[in-house]
Design a binder for this molecule. Structure first.
Ligand code: NAP
Length: 251
């Protein structure tokens, strides 16, 4: 019996990076895991094959294509998950993108696409799962924010606005759903070694490294372990919180 056995989780953007680490961890902890990818079908299928072959437990892992920024796509996603599972106990809103640029050069398209994926996508998924979790009288929603949503960052007004919005969404939804035993929290990672941070210049990486009290960037598994904690019965009295997992940047 592992910590999450008997639980069903849905993780958005689980095909790579932090989402992939979350999928791996939730499977290791015994959950049945549905995860989404947007364009990376090959990577998603490879992950399903690997985890299904290695899984010592009876956990099921399923990959589904979905664009979280599209209401119809999210509706189809939830239809597909509920056709295969009577419950969704855990929703991890992880899918996110960056389209960086200083404000004078940032296009309306770059603003909209980041807000649509990072914030409106979370709204769509929360709305769909709230109905299911309210019926169950049980649920855990974990939103993946960012340290920059807490402290701000030049060149990222779109991304930072979406992540700061996520913290407000987390608090409001936690208050709305608390009477139904649904806990809603946000995890705000610092700088994690994924394809998203690969894009940074060496100069940006050096500056970031110097700003981290723990003196290093983190591995995706260090975020996944905190998500697994919030999803587990070790965290029954935490809701509406943003937990910074950033090596001490925001304190
Ligand atoms: P990543 O490596 O770029 O992976 C992003 C994931 O999101 C992929 O699985 C991608 O799927 C999926 N995705 C992108 N757009 C989508 C859409 N419209 N609909 C559905 N899925 C979509 O990113 P990451 O670094 O792991 O970041 C994961 C989360 O952590 C994001 O919310 C990010 O903002 C946050 N975060 C990251 C860092 C960091 O340092 N890396 C720091 C703070 C917060 P495909 O591959 O199929 O396109």
């Amino acid at each position: 019996m592992t910590k999450l056995s008997g639980k069903t989780a849905l993780v958005t953007g689980g095909s790579r990076g932090i989402g992939e680490a979350i999928v791996r961890r939730l499977v290791a902890d015994g959950a049945t895991v549905f995860f989404t990818y947007n364009s990376g079908a090959d990577k998603a299928q490879a992950l399903v094959q690997e985890l299904s072959a290695n899984s010592a437990s009876s956990s099921t892992v399923v990959a589904l294509q979905a664009n979280v920024a599209d209401a119809d796509s999210v509706a189809a996603l939830f239809k597909a998950v509920t056709a295969q599972s009577a419950r969704i106990d855990i929703l991890v809103n992880n899918a996110g993108i960056t389209k960086d640029g200083l404000i004078l050069r940032m296009s309306e398209t770059d603003w909209d696409s980041v807000m649509d994926t990072n914030l409106k996508g979370v709204f769509f998924c929360c709305k769909a799962v709230a109905k299911i979790m309210m019926g169950q009288r049980y649920g855990r929603i974990i939103n993946i924010g960012s340290v920059v949503g807490v402290i701000g960052n030049p060149g990222q007004v779109n991304y930072v606005s979406s992540k700061a919005g996520l913290m407000g969404l987390t608090k409001s939804l936690a208050k709305e759903l608390s009477s139904r035993n649904i806990l809603v929290n946000c995890v705000a990672p610092g700088y994690i070694n994924t394809e998203m941070t690969e894009k940074l210049t060496d100069e940006q990486k050096k500056k970031i490294q110097e700003s981290i009290p723990l003196g290093r960037t983190a591995e995706p598994s260090e975020i996944a372990s905190v998500v697994a904690f919030l999803a587990s019965d070790d965290a029954t009295y935490i809701t509406g919180q943003t937990l910074s997992v950033d090596g001490g940047i925001a304190m």
